[in-house]
Design a protein around this ligand. Structure first.
Ligand code: 4NP
Length: 185
């Protein structure tokens, strides 16, 4: 559906380039994961999808919990993104077993997420090899020369709008490093 929708919006030359790119390139699927899927992971998803909008890569997000299933991201996530010219149409969903097959990267925000994802994988019988290869902390892509942020993306839900701004800045920095180090552009 994504491919068809994108194609409709493109001129013939762009369409040809896009199809060629899909065939020739190593298209990647990236899933960001946090707890509620209304603050951090939809923020990271929207930033990366914005950066990769003219590429064949696929970006999504989900939560380890289902409390907010079907909801739009937190108003403060939406407004912080909009201030930076980025829109999101995401609706919250919970991590599911097929995500471990569908996605190349399952990227989480903190150590609780990591523990929960590993527990869920174990319960679903997902192989250790897949978990070790695909499940990562976003902090793995913290640039070496950066002292402003820690490796953990802290939950801004109980904070205020400045915590969302910090979350945006941290996710933007990690996304930039991710795109560059993984060769996605
Ligand atoms: P997120 O933040 O994991 O970054 O989406 C949270 C949102 C909601 C809740 C916890 C964390 N909650 O407990 O409802």
């Amino acid at each position: 559906h994504r491919l068809i929708r994108r194609q409709r919006q493109m001129c013939i030359r762009d369409r040809f380039k896009y199809i060629l790119n899909c065939i020739m390139s190593d298209s990647k699927s990236i899933l960001f994961i946090c707890l509620g899927n209304i603050c951090r992971s939809p923020m990271a998803e929207a930033i990366l999808a914005h950066t990769l909008k003219d590429t064949p890569h696929n970006v999504d997000s989900c939560g380890t919990a289902s409390y907010h299933r079907g909801e739009s991201p937190d108003n403060r996530t939406v407004s912080t993104l909009l201030k930076n010219g980025i829109k999101t149409e995401h609706k919250a969903r919970q991590l599911k077993q097929s995500d471990f097959e569908k996605f190349d990267y399952l990227i989480c925000m903190d150590n609780n997420n990591l523990r929960n994802i590993k527990d869920m994988a174990r319960r679903w019988g997902v192989s250790k090899d897949i978990v070790d290869r695909k499940v990562k902390m976003f902090g793995e892509w913290k640039p070496k020369d950066n002292n402003k942020f820690g490796e953990v993306v802290e939950d801004p839900y109980y904070g205020d709008i400045t915590d969302f701004k910090t979350c945006f800045d941290q996710c933007s920095l990690f996304c930039k490093e991710f795109v560059s180090r993984e060769g996605l552009l």
